[in-house]
Design a protein around this ligand. Sequence first.
Ligand code: MIC
Ligand code: SF4
Length: 758
Amino acid sequence: MAESVGPTTPIELVETAYARYPRALGDARRRLGRPLTFAEKILFAHADDPSTVGLERGADYADYRPDRVAMQDATAQMALLQFMTAGLPRVQVPSTVHCDHLIQARVGADQDLASALDVNSEVYEFLRTVSSRYGIGFWKPGSGIIHQVVLEQYAFPGGMMIGTDSHTPNAGGLGMVAIGVGGADAVDVMAGWPFNTRVPKVIGVHLRGSLSGWAAPKDVILKVAGILTVKGGTGAIIEYFGPGTESISATGKATICNMGAEIGATCSLFPYDEQSAAYLKSTGREALADLADAHAAHLRIDPEVPDDPERFYDRVIDIDLDELEPHLVGPHTPDLDRPISEVGRAAREEGYPVDISYALVGSCTNSSYEDIGRAAHVARQAKAAGITVRSPLLITPGSEQVRATIERDGLLDDLEAIGATVLANACGPCIGQWHRDDIVKGETNTIVSSFNRNFPARNDGNAATLSFIGSPETVTAMALTGRLDVDFVHEAITAPDGTPVHLEAPVADQLPAKGFDPGESGFLPPADDPSTVEVVVKADSDRLELLEPFAAWDGADYEGLRVLMKAVGKCTTDHISPAGPWLKYRGHLTNISGNLFIGVNNAFSLDEAGTGVDVRDGSVVPLPDLAKRYKEDGIAWIAIGDENYGEGSSREHAAMEPRYMNGMAVIVRSFARIHEANLKKQGVLALTFANPDDYERVLADDTVDIVGLADLAPGRPVTVRFHHANGHTDEILTTHTMSEEHIAWFRAGSALNVLRGD
Ligand code: MIC
Ligand code: SF4
């Protein structure tokens, strides 16, 4: 029987989790024969069996028992459509759904929310009823972005959760191993199965000194992103330690953990400290703070670790917070980082438009009370000097609790006084839910935001928009100057009357002195009697579609496959299955497959992104149409990817769509973690070139055989034959990360088929 789901984590759940620690850590110390990092403590305490769980980081697969599952509306639809087919009466682990992605930013909070409720009513009704029916807690639209709500209500130090969103690691700011996964992983856990993943590596980031001046928590992660790059954290937990951690608020720590997703990290983690306790108390969880205090030794690294960090971590990075400058990253990738003082020169050299067309503060990453407070301090200074924004400034509060509190404390007034517009408590422009009509598609322009991702076309659907990311205070200051090339940290900015104004470094309370105002409650508990709830999926709906199981493998090698496309360079999930206008089809596999690969730069038809060549007649057509043609004609195909293929989102649509459209394998130079897992879950072969240069051998008109499939085994390479049109064949070795269990998914057609016993 599942535990109850309420608007916050019950203390009993935390007590149960902590009760596992002494024995599990005993096992861990005995088996490893050394002191432990904090990540290891949480992992062992959540291992299905700590006495036998695999030890080899980056190699062994292990089963874990997360304490919670969280889903957001855009991914919950597919996750719950899959869960429904499992035929279970209710979820086995406390789970919640959060409605945040489907609200479009157009005019401002109230109107935008009202129109979202109207436009998405069918989907919200589905999510509400399916939650009610299966014992899942439901957070209504307008209650906030999943990760802020989780931090405020559900996260607890030393806990473990999974969430169907790549920024789930936000909860690491409160000392939780919180991992972003695809919906199929969430289905396993909700069905009572363990969460199976590779034992992560652990990267230690030693923070010295303390943050001051314009340097914000955001700048810590921007700096780390610059060091590790977008794939440097793949397969690793990034664990922060050292005295510098204590100078960062819990929400600031969450910002850092949140954006660890941008460097591919499995999750990021801060130790439990006084800041965590203060945040728990301020958000009404005093008893939890007391309980964590009583278990504090379990909720941080062992004291021996900092003396010899190289012994415990796979890699150690050292950052002196005293020397940290504010940074800006971008465009187009979150690891292209520069201190503010160098942005002007870069803009001149690279030809970035210096006028900023929009400045945006908020998102799950940076919308805390402290974030808005620091932005508001900049705004107050501007107002006093008679300065208003030169670039339009949009603010998205992270949760209803933050919104109500910043309104009560006058911080929203401060921002509105310089011309800011406040949007709904939702993802909005961060995920392309932005109705922007000041530019035409294709127009190059510069925007700055405090969000976490800046892939092409992400915010406004325009691949020519150059998107840069900085802290909320940096973005607010830039809205005032309206330019990329003003170093507001070191130089004066100009008031309308020509007076030079030196902006002081922002200061703000980390937590509201008067406590949080919860605002309007957005939580709906599940039904006491599930039989009273009807879940409706209309047969003719264009938003929702019941799933048909994928066919099982027929036991034969794959022969005569076509190469649908070969992605060149960055190919994120936003390239594979973009969000924005397509979010509306997240519950309808047939319809969303209409966006398959439309952002991809295909080596075979580089003139226009998202197109491919029909090898039968040489015509160049949009990739989703090509996939459809091939599927209708019974032609199976593969897709080829470059480095870090599938970077970004957890959306499993990026794996289900290829599968649904007859894609049999994806062969790449390297994968991003969640996407690779999603492909395997859906029965697609996820293969990596043993020799990355073999990528070059793949040609548009090849036919492809994947052989030896009956002998698939963990660690055994798979042979792929590329028959070129000139009669020559290249036999290429690929590797994979399939365990026996993953091979069983492949054979059955998908992990879901195994779960259902098909
Ligand atoms: C994102 O930030 O890209 C998203 C939208 O939140 C995704 C989830 C999705 O695509 O629904 C993520 O980060 O996982
Ligand atoms: Fe929403 Fe953006 Fe956060 Fe994704 S990154 S959860 S779209 S606010």
